[in-house]
Design a binder for this molecule. Structure first.
Ligand SMILES: NC(=O)c1ccc[n+]([C@@H]2O[C@H](COP(=O)([O-])OP(=O)(O)OC[C@H]3O[C@@H](n4cnc5c(N)ncnc54)[C@H](O)[C@@H]3O)[C@@H](O)[C@H]2O)c1
Length: 335
């Protein structure tokens, strides 16, 4: 009888049940031998668990996969990561040894795109600052929270920075709104932009023309402070900046100044530094809404990551192309 493939888990216990609920484990068992009772987040004392592994099902909490892990896992064919980026996880030696690497970033993109749309809709209505004014209102003072300085996400221009996995989902969702969409992404051709239904522009033009700007590019040396003070000054009065990407893409001091002036507002799921120190001025500004990096998969959304990973294992074992395959030459421009 041919040997059944063995898949070994390397994911933190706090995430395990959410990512791999019982029905997904049943599906996995049909594909490979698994031992859900053993999931390692450190190599200490675990080499025997790896000795038979053909597939490593990694997730949050997985230790870096380097030459030591490869030595302990001589049969390893693939790392199937049931979470987003693999950049910090996978040492170059993994690719050099021909181990296939796949990530569930595509599945993690869905809740981030949903969060972004919610924030664009509420941001366009200036809902956060108006709600705070409403809550702080004093009897007898003018009802200034009623005034419609926020116009809603209708007939406005949305600037999207990065047609990344998340950026593309946002672009698709924006098609059902009555808005003009501008895109900045040096990796997208004009023909592709036209297929996406967007106008490609320079970063400066995007800033000049956008009522709302949403940031979806990866953190790379060339995207650091892509929204710096000069570009924030190009934004029209009343513009809203939404950042779900990484804090480093925006110059925090310049953003703080621009928001403190009241000229623009911001919704930030990520900051630089992260977390922001307690008492940071951005926390106190009425026109800034900050959430603690919660746009990605959480709670019931975690299951999408496991579903994607199980489907990848199935594709791998049947010889079908992987949907989340990470190629080493892509690492320079992906998240
Ligand atoms: N807030 C959260 O919880 C959360 C969750 C997941 C991802 N993220 C972040 O969201 C962002 C997008 O993630 P993803 O997985 O969709 O990214 P991705 O890996 O799909 O992004 C790669 C794409 O970004 C675009 N790009 C690359 N360089 C660019 C540049 N200089 N300017 C503009 N566009 C450029 C290209 O189209 C490239 O193909 C990343 O910053 C990621 O870290 C945040």
């Amino acid at each position: 009888m041919p040997r059944r493939p063995v898949a070994v888990f390397a994911i933190a216990p706090w995430a395990f049940d959410g990512v791999f609920p019982a029905d997904l484990l049943t599906r996995l068992r049909e594909l490979a031998d698994i031992d859900p009772a053993t999931t390692f987040t450190s190599l200490d004392g675990q080499p025997e668990a790896l000795a038979e592994a053909d597939i490593l099902l990694s997730g949050w909490g997985c230790p870096r996969i380097d030459a030591g892990v490869l030595a302990a896992a001589p049969r390893l064919r693939a790392v199937v990561h049931a979470a987003g980026t693999v950049k910090a996880l996978v040492d170059p030696v993994v690719f050099e040894r021909g181990v296939i690497v796949s990530s569930a970033a595509e599945a993690n993109a869905v809740p981030v795109a949903d969060y972004t749309m919610a924030m664009l809709v509420l941001g366009a209505k200036q809902a956060f600052s108006r709600a705070k004014r409403y809550a702080a209102a004093v009897e007898g003072t003018p009802r200034d929270w009623l005034s419609g300085e926020g116009t809603g996400l209708h007939d406005c221009t949305v600037g999207v920075i990065g047609a990344s996995r998340i950026g593309r989902l946002v672009l698709r969702r924006l098609r059902s709104y009555d808005v003009r969409v501008l895109l900045y992404d040096p990796y997208v051709t004009d023909a592709e932009a036209s297929d996406l239904g967007v106008q490609q522009v320079s970063m400066d033009e995007l800033c000049r023309r956008s009522d709302l700007v949403t940031v979806h590019a990866p953190a790379l040396p060339e995207t650091r402070h892509i929204l710096d003070g000069r570009r924030l000054d190009l934004l029209p009065d009343g513009a809203v900046v939404v950042n779900t990407a990484r804090g480093s893409l925006i110059d925090t001091e310049a953003l703080t100044r621009a928001c403190a002036s009241g000229r623009i507002s911001a919704v930030l799921d990520v900051t630089d530094p992260e977390p922001l120190p307690p008492g940071h001025p951005l926390f106190t500004l009425p026109n800034v809404m900050i959430t603690p990096h919660l746009a990605g998969a959480q709670g019931r959304e975690l299951r999408r990551l496991g579903e994607f990973a199980v489907a990848e294992v199935s594709r791998l074992l049947s010889g079908a192309p992987l949907l989340g395959r990470v190629e080493p030459e892509h690492l320079a421009y992906i998240a």
